[in-house]
Ligand binder design. Structure first.
Ligand code: HEM
Length: 360
């Protein structure tokens, strides 16, 4: 652990009162499920195959291993991380739209991690499973502060599902140039990036992070950071995608065939509920108050990285959700509460429509 972590303030103790439900949450959930259903249905009708309502396109599908080390400090040795050991894991790298778009429309990258054979009390609704899922996107904050805000953007997006792909490609090119200018000026815009302004960099070089979970006695946000030398070198590597609609996936496959990868799973403990809020997903928790500290390693041996067979196994045959979790890693905050019904509805729709049982 580094010096800053040693001197970090006392972590806030988890208590159910850290969450505050809003009156309109049930209505938001109903509308989210309906909007997502409409998007998934449109795509299923157009393609003949049901995909995820969002994050439909996978760019990497990996078999991996999660290693929990011995000797973590007590405040970090919580939940899954309380017991040193090795677990089988699966990883799915994706981009958020409901459509399988040309990769030159450069979007945020999602990473889902499923850890198998996890023991302990389960969060309600996931009692029949023994996996712990963690979901990440490569930005420090969510696109909206709450589920209502996300619903507003989703409704606008839903109206464009599988429409005007050429327009989206042109728009993405323009937005990437604007985002570059903002970055030159020292900033970045989560909203522009979500619309297609993500820099065209290698997705395996990204660091993935976002909304809070219970971390045993405490509360944390997690980060998945590349650490093997070859992965770290990808961080600013530009992809050249001319004439390659699946160029991101091809770059991932090229890399993983020879290199494999190693990531650190890191936890940032909440030490101040005002400056590190649970309910507002648009606030970045300051790392000077509490740094990300490594709680496990994720190891992937060299492997194909994507294939039709892997796609049947993981795209169609698996569902990742923050609500497939130990009680010790209960998802927290309004955005997380809204995700419970949304993920279940989306995965059940594709499982039923494709006649494919799901591994959770
Ligand atoms: C209210 C907010 C959100 C809603 C309604 C929502 C909804 C969904 C749905 C319906 C799916 C597809 C599930 C399936 O069919 O298996 C999904 C996938 C995904 N979401 Fe979210 N999401 C939300 C917030 C977030 C946040 C904050 C993150 C980032 C941490 C995130 C990351 C992901 C990722 C990485 C996937 C792909 C999972 C996979 O590979 O199977 N989502 N989301």
């Amino acid at each position: 652990m580094n010096d800053t972590a040693m001197h970090a303030r006392t972590p806030v103790r988890f208590d159910p009162s850290v969450e505050t439900e809003r009156e309109d949450e049930a209505q938001t959930q109903i509308e989210l499920v309906a909007t997502l259903r409409e998007m998934a249905q449109t795509m299923a009708e157009h393609t003949g195959h049901a995909m995820r309502a969002v994050h439909a396109k996978s760019h990497g599908l990996l078999h991996a291993e999660l290693v929990v080390p011995e000797g973590l400090p007590p405040e970090y040795a919580q939940g899954l991380f309380a017991t040193p050991g090795r677990h089988r894991a699966a990883m799915r790298l994706s981009t958020p739209p409901a459509e399988v778009l040309d990769d030159r429309i450069s979007l945020p990258r999602g990473m889902a991690l499923k850890v198998f054979d996890v023991e302990g009390e389960r969060v309600e609704g996931s009692e029949d499973h023994t996996t712990q899922d963690f979901l990440f996107v490569d930005g420090p904050v969510f696109v909206a502060p709450d589920a209502r805000g996300f619903l507003r953007s989703l409704k606008l997006l839903a109206a464009t599902t599988d429409r005007a792909p050429t327009g989206k490609l042109l728009l993405s090119g323009v937005l990437q140039s604007i985002e570059k200018l903002i970055e030159v000026a020292g900033g970045s815009s989560a909203k522009l990036v979500a619309l297609g302004a993500h820099p065209l960099t290698h997705p395996l070089g990204a660091t993935f992070t976002q909304v809070p979970i219970r971390f045993g006695d405490h509360i944390a946000k997690l980060q998945l950071a590349p650490v093997s030398e070859a992965l770290v070198a990808l961080e600013k590597t530009e992809l050249h995608l001319d004439g390659k609609p699946d160029g991101t996936r091809e770059a991932v496959m090229d890399f993983l065939r020879t290199h494999g990868g190693e990531w650190e799973l890191r936890a940032q403990l909440c030490v101040d509920l005002e400056r590190m809020p649970v309910e507002d997903a648009s606030v970045e928790w300051p790392q000077e108050l509490s740094p990300f500290v490594t709680v496990a390693r994720v190891l992937a041996a060299p492997q194909p990285g994507w294939s039709e067979e892997l796609s049947r196994e993981m795209d169609d045959g698996m569902a990742f959700s923050p609500w497939q979790a130990l009680a010790a890693h209960r998802p927290l905050g309004g955005v997380m509460r809204a995700r419970k019904a949304a993920y279940a509805a989306s995965s059940e729709f594709r499982s039923e429509r494709n006649g494919c049982p799901l591994h959770r």
